[in-house]
Design a binder for this molecule. Sequence first.
Ligand SMILES: Cc1cc2nc3c(=O)[nH]c(=O)nc-3n(C[C@H](O)[C@H](O)[C@H](O)COP(=O)(O)O)c2cc1C
Ligand code: SF4
Length: 450
Amino acid sequence: MAFTEPVLTKRIAQDPSQRKLHWYDDYVRTGGYEALKKALTMTPDEVIKTVTESGLRGRGGAGFGAGQKWSFMPKGEKKNGPHYMTVNADESEPGTFKDRYLIDYDPHQMLEGIAIGSYATGCEICYIFIRGEYHRQAKVLERAIKEAYEHGIFGPQGMLGSGYKLECYVHRGAGAYICGEETGLIEALEGKRGWPRLKPPFFPAAIGAFGRPTVVNNVETLCCVPHIIERGPAWFKTMGTPSSPGPKLFGMSGHLNRPGVYENELGITLQQSIDMAGGMKGGKYKAAICGGISMGVLGPNQLDIKLDFDDVRFRGGCLGLGTAGMIVMNEHTDMVEALRNCVRFYAHESCGQCTPCREGAPWMRKILDRILEGGGRLKDLDMLLELEKTMGTMPGTTICGLADGTGWATRTFINKFYDEFAARCTNPDTVPLTISSRPAVITPLGANTR
Ligand SMILES: Cc1cc2nc3c(=O)[nH]c(=O)nc-3n(C[C@H](O)[C@H](O)[C@H](O)COP(=O)(O)O)c2cc1C
Ligand code: SF4
């Protein structure tokens, strides 16, 4: 492990007052688009092989091998229409705000990654699907794309004078978390309700946008690509851990002295990430949601967990590293209320296709409301743990992973802080002193919440 210099944020000053947005000229002056020139001298297969050898794993949450995903795209002559590249800039997972940072200051880095990735996978059209609330970032991208057209990166004349043509568009979402799930995104892109599709048969590489082969990649994943092409897979693997190589952005929020986006390598410990953000604020460490709330929570005595795709899962007992959006909580945090906030989010964002998710999440939220109101019973905790086992793609009861998020948040919060949950049920007056506590929104049991 050796992280010696910023990679993805090399153009972004650490001092917020010094940060500036890099448009095309700034980007090129600092070495931008050199990797694309190099990629265009390689065959598409060589580009895929290079990315595969780097071990780059998707930064959108699942950690799937980027080169491997690209290799699934069909090759050869296209008879029935284009291949699509779709960029997932939906970023609606609570605690996650790293992609916005990359777009805010260095949009061409992502556009270069798009150009290389599209060349490698034979995509002729790219849609950047951006979260509805990201008004400024959508405008930034539109201007950067215009510049890229003017300078021969995109457009009908062929990429940098080569025969390869790529069109690129921004598509704005309407503010639904579920549109970040890749097949929900594709449905929304097609102008439909953002309902995730069943996989199989609808794997995007086979049947994606408009029924055509489609790649879906996260913003940060694509931002890694120009660096891998320029400096090679061996260099990329000098950072991170053997199974999770490379640099990573960590979105640090919560009870921290200097919350923000920080770059380091995969595999730093939770303690190191907290130190990076200026240490704890207002009290000692108690817990940290890792990777956005879907991944669950790391508890006390887990400060040595390595933030990579495996340690958080296998030793940390969470679903995974997710997006590395860390919400760090101090000793005064009310864990029952924190979980209720997470579950309330899932209950609101469920798209409603699968019964365990549509009915289970609001039911869980009502139980947590009742515990917070002072009407909890110990058997409520058993019920919550029973319910969480019945929902998700892992027990095989739902179409997408939103329900797994509900389950993992519930499982890890209750198991790691059982005494606090139990005390709240048996003696409602044992409310910990909370910094962020606010009055509970009380929904009577049985009320229609949808
Ligand atoms: C409910 C849900 C929401 C998701 N939201 C996002 C998101 O906002 N951004 C993202 O990149 N991936 C999100 N994902 C993961 C995507 O489905 C997909 O795995 C990812 O975009 C693939 O890109 P990558 O391989 O580059 O990581 C979400 C998944 C689920 C189940
Ligand atoms: S798991 Fe939930 S969000 Fe996902 S498809 Fe089913 S109902 Fe919709």
